[in-house]
Design a protein around this ligand. Structure first.
Ligand code: FE2
Length: 196
């Protein structure tokens, strides 16, 4: 069964003025859709290689599956992390306490500081460790998944230039500040509760 683009929970123009309709449409319909298309092709080719017992071709294709599959998974998480301005709520209750225990009142500042220095293309994350039962800010390169860092993804931000160039040119810092105005904290908190 093929993978497909997940439906967005908001209209393309719903995140304005922080992210424009043009930016969301391009990001979703071109970039994310491209990862889905290339993932499906790589999986089909992988299946063909398996039928022919062509192990070297299978191993070669794992790179494409990792890249495009990671792109698909990470973007799917990212869209769920966004909500129209003032619609995404704020951290509450035990989750708010867990954030404060770990980061004081500096979560946003620390998250942005770690995100702006990621070289080239990647993702920044708030993740939950089932090992030490606490929250962690983490980053991954390209489209690598947070689970590769043994963390459950709660919140992610796309740091690829295609995520912000239309609205913020090369200013990743301004983009990250804007993201916190369209953050869907309800989804982040629900993921945290499910991860417990
Ligand atoms: Fe992206």
């Amino acid at each position: 069964m093929e993978y497909s683009l997940p439906a967005l929970s908001f209209e393309f123009d719903a995140l304005e003025p922080y992210l424009s309709s043009e930016a969301i449409a391009l990001h979703y319909e071109k970039h994310h859709a491209g990862y889905v298309k290339n993932l499906n092709k790589a999986l089909t080719d992988w299946g063909d290689a398996e039928k022919h017992r062509n192990l070297s071709e299978q191993i070669r294709l794992t790179q494409a599956i990792r890249f495009h599959g990671g792109g698909h998974i990470n973007h799917s998480l990212f869209w769920e992390n966004l909500a129209p301005p003032s619609m995404g709520g704020e951290p509450t209750g035990a989750f708010r306490q867990a954030l404060e225990d770990r980061f004081g009142d500096r979560f946003q500042d620390q998250f942005i500081a770690k995100s702006v220095v990621v070289p080239g293309s990647g993702w920044s994350w708030l993740g939950y460790s089932k090992t030490d039962r606490s929250l962690h800010i983490a980053t991954t390169l390209q489209h690598d998944l947070l689970v590769m860092n043994e963390l459950v993804p709660l919140l992610c931000v796309d740091l690829w230039e295609h995520a912000y160039y239309i609205n913020y040119k090369n200013d990743r810092h301004n983009f990250l500040q804007a993201i916190f105005s369209i953050m869907n904290w309800k989804v982040v908190q629900k993921r945290w509760e499910e991860a417990q």
